[in-house]
Design a protein around this ligand. Sequence first.
Ligand code: PLP
Length: 384
Amino acid sequence: MASRLPQAHGDLLYAAQAADLSALAAADRLRRLQPRRAIDLSSNDYLGLARSPRLAGAVRDALDRGVAVGAGGSRLLGGNDPEHEALEAEAARFFGTEAALFFSSGYAANVALLATLPQRGDIVVHDELVHASAHEGMRLSRAEVSSAAHNDAGSVDGLLGRWRAGGGTGRAWIAVESLYSMDGDRAPLTDLAEVAVRHDAILLVDEAHATGVWGLDGRGLAAGLDGRPDVITLRTCGKALGCEGALVCGPAIVRDMLVNRGRGFIFSTAPSPLMAAAVREAMRILTDEPDRRARLHALIAAAEAALAPLGVTATGTQILPLIVGDDARAMVLADRLQQAGFDVRGIRPPTVPAGTARLRLSITLNIGEPDIAALADALRTALA
Ligand SMILES: Cc1ncc(COP(=O)(O)O)c(C=O)c1O
């Protein structure tokens, strides 16, 4: 039986962590897990697929076919299931790329991409607002890293030009998102693709929030660039697709490189084969049920009409921020809306830049127009 140590000893063991958490609490930045509230305004389940009968049915069918719950190992050590391969073949066809590779999360995929592909002597120029997972990958990369102004292709162009003029001889990589998760704005992808061509660079586009919602059949905002050798896209499966995991889509050499050198791919248990079956069904739903996207787009228009007069930024996408500025005020507003039954979350630095704390309103098919009207009333009251 484990011997019990006095509490004081435990306090000492974790003194540094306790001090860190106290500092966060003193700055009113302590995060807490909260239960979901009734009316969904915070999830990324944009098309309402997470609980769809078709996805549940696909998992049930897979179980009936004898598909395993767990992969049982990494893809290179016995975990490579026919379901993974079937998904990757179908994803490559669907997105129009030479190859695709399935990861257990978008976070893991972004880390693997950025830590593995750019080499020593290369440069990665990234949008200043790219996701934490891209930063994590760049931190592990041997390439030089440089931050460009948000959604500014000219800034990317300038940084790359100065790097070459300064003697940079390696490959240039440009890392952006197509739709930014905290601002809801879209990247100037056509301009960025031109900059990539000018500098013989490779463009990495994280389509986490665009996949399923935008582009022909929900193929994303970068769909027009798919198939180009200088473009690699990341399609996460845990947001509009209602599942889990992520697909890296691009040239076959990218897949081969990640299979051979991507540590997060090599040294990690493969995703559940059941999840691979579910993602395949989700891609089919994107094609078979265009009505979901149409309904979501109509709901976004209704939300913008009701909420823009209250200060919410009309982004034209499913992510509508209300920039509050002050951290404490953002949390008070979120709390008031939560008390009224709306699952609205306050977002503070460091997730967003200092001075831009906000409410991130996420429009999904889990709600309807009456919920939007009720939210507008509650927000008006909360702001008063
Ligand atoms: C832009 C972006 N990239 C990557 C990720 C990570 O994806 P996942 O949730 O599948 O790990 C997220 C998640 O929030 C994201 O917003």
